[in-house]
Design a binder for this molecule. Structure first.
Ligand code: HEM
Length: 527
């Protein structure tokens, strides 16, 4: 661009205004006389204050607090048999990544070591565009349908009149919601376990949660569940340690990640996939589209397919970690969605919220969000536009300019996204599928796969949290749900919080899915 040829550093290396005018004094405002009023003419002061006044942007509506880092992903083997995704083709070929870890509930300034779910979001800058795997450190979720997400978050967040409580501790609204929404029971077991207070971001598993679809060059689909396994093993804090850490150093996890990378102790994760042929879609005693269910590893082993190393800290927290925009709908050729009703809603929500949070439609031009591939669109204008597009911007176009559609529609031409051609029949209905109805079998499976000490921690966590709930009806209803998981767990929690011990005969029948899942227990993972 012609102007670029004229750009140069300031001759004296001086501090300047936004307009490049050198500033003589940044410590004193311009005022009349020795002790008189400040003058509106002081454009330097006005600019300095205005820029300060506008420093904040809305925090993320969830996952507000986080830490990020750059690194790379490299596959061990080619997955071309299952997917044409560029970053999974050649063993050893590195794809740059940016990862953001986060807590879910607390605001930006909350403490790291609270009992909460952790976000584990990865942006792969592939040669065929950006792919975002926006996961958590637990393999299931609280709700089955995106329509429940605003209700769920309203119940989790501080209450409107006084914004109390902060932190992720017990409160009536959260437990009220969960006790009335039994689909959250499996996730609650995870959240009451030690998994909810990781030792370090470097020692956390990550999960894509939903069932996704890999698509190969012939257009054949395979269901997939994504797993990240930390090379350092999974480790957690016990409750008292976490309390201490939160008090002493609210940045405990952020500092740990930053310092590890700064000192060259680069954290590493292995990417694993559970691959499920399409013809096995209905082979499980649960629905693959139900995000409150995991696929037991006894039924489908996790196949390690590559590794990710984080080896570079960001230079500027706001520019990179705060402005990074992950979106479940950022997929690339070779990866596609399924009809999981939670995923389908997420595919709307992330872009929608980022239009507000990042001030308009051009945030993909920010350095941390910009794809490595050339971006050629016919989009125009909008707040924050950085690109200077020559010519017109429409297609078809005979006068020049604009980005023509030239791919010719060849079947899965290399690097071109084509939606998976799934056949779906049916009428529009607003009703949960009957195949999503079992809310307790996997919660029970989780409970029975825990070591004794893990069960004790879970029991103590339920008793602590429910013990802080003021509304006794909520406590009793929640204990009533736990009976369906395990009668002894429910009885022990009830005893500890002074509620009536529920009837044994109400206990759930033995789950049909395998009762032992080695990957669930920290003890089994060397944690
Ligand atoms: C962040 C919505 C479920 C993982 C967010 C944000 C929204 C959101 C609006 C803030 C994004 C931003 O401001 O940039 C939803 C909705 C869900 C849902 C509507 C369900 C219907 C989930 C699930 C997971 C998840 C199931 C995990 C599998 C994350 C992560 C972030 C996030 C990791 C933080 C991304 C970052 O680090 O910037 N979600 N979410 N969410 N969500 Fe969800």
């Amino acid at each position: 661009m012609a102007l670029d040829a004229h750009r140069a550093p300031h001759p004296r290396g001086a501090l300047t205004t936004d307009q490049g005018v050198a500033v003589d004094d940044t410590d004193n405002s311009l005022h009349l006389g020795e002790r008189g009023p400040t003058l509106l003419a002081d454009f330097q002061l006005r600019e300095k204050l205005t820029r300060f006044d506008h420093e904040r942007i809305p925090e993320r509506v969830v996952h507000a607090r986080g830490a990020g880092a750059y690194g790379f992903f490299e596959p061990y083997e080619s997955l071309a048999e299952y997917t044409c995704a560029d970053f999974l083709q050649e063993p050893g070929r590195r794809t740059p990544v940016f990862v953001r870890f986060s807590t879910v509930q607390g605001p930006r300034g909350s403490a790291d070591t609270v009992r909460d779910v952790r976000g584990f979001a990865t942006k792969f800058y592939t040669r065929h565009g950006n792919y975002d795997l926006v996961g958590n450190n637990m393999p299931v979720f609280f709700i089955q349908d995106a329509a429940k997400f605003p209700d769920f978050v309203h119940a989790v967040k501080p209450e409107p009149p006084n914004e109390i409580p902060t932190g992720a501790s017990a409160h009536d609204t959260f437990w009220d919601f969960c006790s009335l929404q039994p689909e959250s029971t499996h996730m609650l077991m995870w959240v009451m376990s030690d998994r909810a207070i990781p030792r370090s971001y470097r020692m956390m598993q990550g999960f894509g949660v939903h069932t996704f679809r890999l698509v190969n060059a012939e257009g054949r689909g395979t269901f997939v569940k994504f797993h990240w396994r930390p090379k350092l093993g999974v480790a957690c804090q016990v409750w008292d340690e976490a309390q201490l850490a939160a008090g002493r150093d609210p940045d405990f996890h952020r500092r740990d990640l930053w310092e590890a990378i700064a000192s060259g102790a680069y954290p590493e994760w292995e990417l694993g996939v559970q691959l499920i042929p399409e013809e096995h879609e209905f082979a499980f005693p649960f629905d693959l589209l139900d995000p409150t269910k995991l696929v037991p590893e006894e039924l489908v082993p996790v196949r390690p397919v590559g590794r990710m190393v984080l080896d570079r800290n960001p230079q500027n927290f706001f520019a990179e970690t705060e402005q990074v925009a992950f979106h479940t709908a950022n997929i690339v050729p070779g990866i596609d969605f399924t009809n999981d009703p939670l995923l389908q809603g997420r595919n709307f929500s992330y872009l929608d919220t980022q239009l507000l949070r990042l001030g308009g439609p051009n945030f993909a031009q920010l350095p941390v969000n910009r794809p490595l591939t050339e971006v050629r669109t016919n989009h125009r204008d909008g707040q924050g536009q950085q690109l200077i597009q020559p010519g017109t911007s429409y297609s078809p176009n005979s006068v020049g300019g604009g980005c023509p559609f030239t791919m010719g529609g060849g079947r899965l031409a290399e690097g071109v996204f084509e939606h998976y051609q799934e056949r779906v029949d049916g009428q529009a209905i607003r009703r949960r599928s009957a195949s999503f109805a079992d809310h307790y079998s996997q919660a029970a499976m989780f409970w029975h796969s825990m070591a004794d000490w893990e069960q004790e921690h879970i029991t103590a966590a339920f008793a602590f949290e429910l013990g802080h709930v003021g509304d006794r009806a909520v406590r009793r209803r929640m204990v009533g749900n736990l009976v369906r998981v395990d009668a002894e767990l429910a009885a022990e929690v009830a005893r500890r919080i002074g509620e009536p011990v529920p009837e044994q005969e109400a206990a759930a029948p033995a789950p049909e899915v395998p009762r032992i899942s080695p990957a669930l227990s920290l003890a089994a993972l060397g944690g």
